[in-house]
Design a protein around this ligand. Structure first.
Ligand code: ATP
Length: 372
């Protein structure tokens, strides 16, 4: 039995080089039919090139693209049942909204073009606006028209290339929820390209994190966040505190290994430790750190260097005796707050830490891109 289904999109050894530069190193991916999949990574990581190969807008240097067992690699863009929604809406300005949505269907002689277009406009909550021209709509509404125009074709795969990039933050957040709802309602495969980790986490069932033309890790948002397998993923998806540590083999209670970091023996869950590695970065997310002694072995002392109150939480910067700083985020649950200059204990539970091979750069993926 193959490990894919008939409607799954499969990339097998998909590669793209421009001259001597390899923009996409061989990628092997199966994107399940009906799922919301995100390709996430910083500018230049190769996500758009991957998307363009799927769309048929860029010829791969090597590898194949299949839907189930059907090889579509050699097919022209218009021969693939794949549609793309771009950041620029690319609507026909002289046509009404309804005509824009109907355009493809009419050209193919679909007798139900109008009914289908009206339904698609309902789906994106633009009912009643079909007679307007695109310029008479806001940016967010125009993006919905572009979405309706793509969905009306019932593509096997809908590609979304940073579709929300031109919208302001509030509208973007609204559209993220909306896109997820639409995807669930229509049940089509969506592949969303973005550099915005929060956007990918909010919407996608599965995320492939790309870095320098390679897929670093694939998983559901929670697994990627809780158990990153590289410093790049740990830093690119949220923030991580990384402590240099050395594994003490065969130590610790059941399911736990001890690592020594700056003279402290700290516990890590065994399955959060890479195999066969003795020098590690011990990572803990800022919201998993507690100010105060939780009673376990994972505690370190430091001095509060900065306190910022954000309403829902307080962010602390705590300086460690060896010079590095930890970021601690404490929910605003009414408990006492620490003050600037105070010596505090920072603690965390063993299962909240993850260890990464220390041969990697601790700053990989940190602040590679601002949210634009
Ligand atoms: P962005 O979000 O900035 O578009 P990206 O992750 O989508 O980034 P790509 O657009 O896929 O990245 O580009 C990957 C790399 O390939 C970049 O270094 C880019 O300069 C290079 N590249 C893309 N298209 C071409 C081309 N036609 N010729 C030469 N190099 C290219």
């Amino acid at each position: 039995m193959p490990d894919y289904h008939k409607g799954d999109l499969r990339l097998v050894g998909l590669t793209k080089s421009f001259g001597s530069f390899t923009a996409v190193h061989p990628v092997d991916l199966t994107i399940p039919e009906g799922s919301f999949f995100a390709l996430l990574g910083p500018s230049g990581c190769g996500k758009t090139t991957t998307l363009r190969m799927i769309a048929g807008l860029e010829a791969p240097t090597a590898g194949t693209i299949l839907i189930g067992d059907e090889d579509i690699t050699a097919r022209k863009a218009h021969q693939r049942n794949v549609n793309t929604v771009f950041q620029s809406y690319a609507l026909f300005p002289h046509m009404t909204v309804l005509d824009n949505v109907m355009f493809g269907l009419k050209r193919r002689g679909d007798k139900d073009a109008r009914t289908k277009a009206v339904e698609a406009l309902e789906l994106v909550q633009l009912e009643g606006l079909g007679s307007r021209k695109p310029v008479q709509l806001s940016g967010g509404m125009q993006q919905r028209v572009a979405l309706a125009r793509a969905l009306v074709n019932r593509p096997d795969v809908l590609l979304l290339d940073e579709p929300l990039g031109a919208l302001d933050l509030k509208l973007r957040r609204q559209m993220q929820v909306e896109l997820k709802r639409i995807q669930q309602e229509v049940g089509l495969t969506f592949i969303h390209v973005t550099h915005d980790q929060e956007e990918a986490m909010t919407m996608a069932d599965t995320i492939a994190v790309m870095n320098e033309g390679r897929v670093e890790q694939i998983g559901d948002p929670a697994t990627l966040y809780e158990q990153p397998r590289s410093t790049f993923v740990a830093n690119f998806l949220g923030q991580s505190n990384l402590l240099r540590a050395e594994v003490i083999p065969g130590s610790g209670r059941e399911g736990i290994t001890l690592v020594r970091s700056h003279d402290a023996d700290l516990e890590v869950a065994e399955d959060h430790l890479p195999e066969g590695v003795s020098d590690v970065w011990l990572g803990v997310r800022p919201e998993k750190l507690r100010l105060g002694d939780a009673g376990g072995p994972n505690r370190l002392k430091g001095v509060v260097r900065d306190v910022s109150f954000t309403g829902v939480a307080t962010h602390y910067i705590v300086a460690m005796p060896w010079g590095r700083e930890l970021t601690v985020v404490q929910q605003n649950d009414g408990s006492a707050r620490a003050s600037l200059g105070e010596t505090v204990t920072v603690s965390w539970a063993a299962e909240h830490g993850f260890a990464l091979d220390a041969s990697q750069d601790a700053d990989a993926g940190a602040m590679v891109e601002d949210d634009v």
